[in-house]
Design a protein around this ligand. Structure first.
Ligand SMILES: C[S@@+](CC[C@H](N)C(=O)[O-])C[C@H]1O[C@@H](n2cnc3c(N)ncnc32)[C@H](O)[C@@H]1O
Length: 286
C-alpha cells in the first residue's frame, strides 16, 4: 500500500512521538516497507487511520516501534572503541579505582544496544584486560526502545550469520555454546549483562551512574534538539572521569568545549566531566 502525503505526515508524527525518530518525506519507501503489513493486519484503510488507531493501542505501539527501528549491529562494531577500552580506558579506570571502596566495580551502559552484540562485546573486551574476570563486579546495562531487540539481547542466542559478523573464532570458542537456535552466549558473559526496554528521550530515572557509556548509531535518527538533550543527560550519568563513545562520524563538537573529542587507539571518545580521580572514587560505589 503506497502512502499518500497525508499518510506520510501522520506516520512521521506518530513515529516521532513514539520513539523520537525523525522521518522526513523522503522516507515514504521505509514507511511502506516496514508498516504496510501492520496497516493491513490492523484492518485500516490507510496509514493515517492506522496512526490514529495506534495511539489508542499499547500493543500496536510496540509493533510499530519494533517495525520502524533499524536494529543493525554487529560484534565489536568499528573495532577501535574496543581497542580504546582495552588499552587506555579500562587500565586507567582500574588504576583510578584501586584503593577505593569498590575497586572492582564497573558500570557500563550500552544505550541503544539493539540485539545485545555491543553489550556482550564490551564484556569480552573487559575480560581481555583483567585477570580472574569472575572476581570483578562488572555490570553492563543494555537498553533499547525496541522490545523485540531487548528480548533477543536477553535470549543471547545468535544464528550462524549473526555470530559470524565481527566475532573472532577465539571469542566464539571461549564464550558461546552451540544451541538449538544457533550460538548461545554463555553464563560468564550473561551474568554481567542486564537488558531493559528504555526510551533514551525519556528522563533517566533510576539508571545510576556509569564509568563508560556507549551510545552509538542512534542519535543520527533524532532531531538536533533531541540529540543535544540526549548527550547532555548522558553526560550527567557519567562518573567524573568517565568516558562516552558515540558512533563513528557522530561528532559532538557542536555541544561546546567540554565535549572536545579525544582520540585513543584511533577511536574518538568524550570525557565531558573531565578527569578527577577523587570524585571518581567517591562516586564509584553508586
Ligand atoms: C543502528 S542500532 C545501533 C545498535 C548499536 N548501538 C550499534 O552501534 O551497533 C540503533 C538502535 O537504536 C534503537 N533506538 C531508536 N530510537 C531509540 C530511542 N528513542 N531510545 C532507545 N533506543 C532507540 C533502535 O531500536 C536500534 O536498536
Amino acid at each position: 500500500m503506497k502512502p499518500t502525503q497525508t499518510d506520510i505526515d501522520a506516520v512521521c508524527d506518530l513515529v516521532n512521538e513514539l520513539c523520537g525518530i525523525y522521518l522526513d518525506n523522503s522516507k515514504d519507501y521505509l514507511i511502506e516497507g516496514r508498516l504496510s503489513k501492520l496497516v493491513t493486519k490492523a484492518g485500516c484503510a490507510n496509514y493515517a487511520d492506522f496512526a490514529r488507531k495506534v495511539r489508542l493501542d499499547a500493543r500496536l505501539k510496540t509493533e510499530v516501534v519494533d517495525a520502524i527501528t533499524t536494529n543493525e549491529t554487529l560484534w565489536f562494531r568499528d573495532s577501535t572503541p574496543f581497542d580504546a577500552l582495552r588499552f587506555k580506558i579500562l587500565p586507567e579506570l582500574i588504576d583510578a579505582k584501586s584503593g577505593s571502596l569498590f575497586p572492582k566495580k564497573f558500570r557500563i551502559w550500552s544505550a541503544a544496544c539493539s540485539t545485545g552484540q555491543e553489550a556482550y562485546s564490551i564484556a569480552m573486551a573487559f575480560a581481555d584486560v583483567v585477570p580472574d574476570f569472575e572476581k570483578w563486579d562488572l555490570q553492563i546495562y543494555g537498553t533499547d526502545i525496541s522490545p523485540a531487540a531487548v528480548a533477543a539481547a536477553q535470549r543471547g542466542v545468535y544464528n550462524d550469520m549473526e555470530v559470524n559478523r565481527g566475532l573472532d573464532q577465539r571469542y566464539r570458542g571461549a564464550y558461546f555454546v552451540k544451541s538449538a537456535g544457533g550460538w548461545a552466549v554463555n553464563d560468564v558473559l550473561k551474568r554481567r549483562c542486564r537488558f531493559e526496554v528504555r526510551n533514551l528521550l525519556k528522563p533517566f530515572t533510576n539508571v545510576g551512574s556509569f564509568d563508560v557509556i556507549f551510545c552509538r548509531n542512534v542519535a543520527i535518527y533524532f532531531t538536533p534538539p533531541d540529540r543535544k538533550s540526549l548527550f547532555l543527560r548522558l553526560g550527567q550519568t557519567l562518573n567524573r572521569g568517565g568516558w562516552l563513545f558515540t558512533g563513528s562520524g557522530e561528532s559532538l563538537m557542536d555541544l561546546g568545549p567540554s565535549w572536545a573529542p579525544k582520540q585513543h587507539c584511533r577511536a574518538v571518545c568524550y570525557q565531558p566531566n573531565g578527569c578527577n580521580g577523587v570524585a571518581t572514587l567517591q562516586r564509584s560505589g553508586n
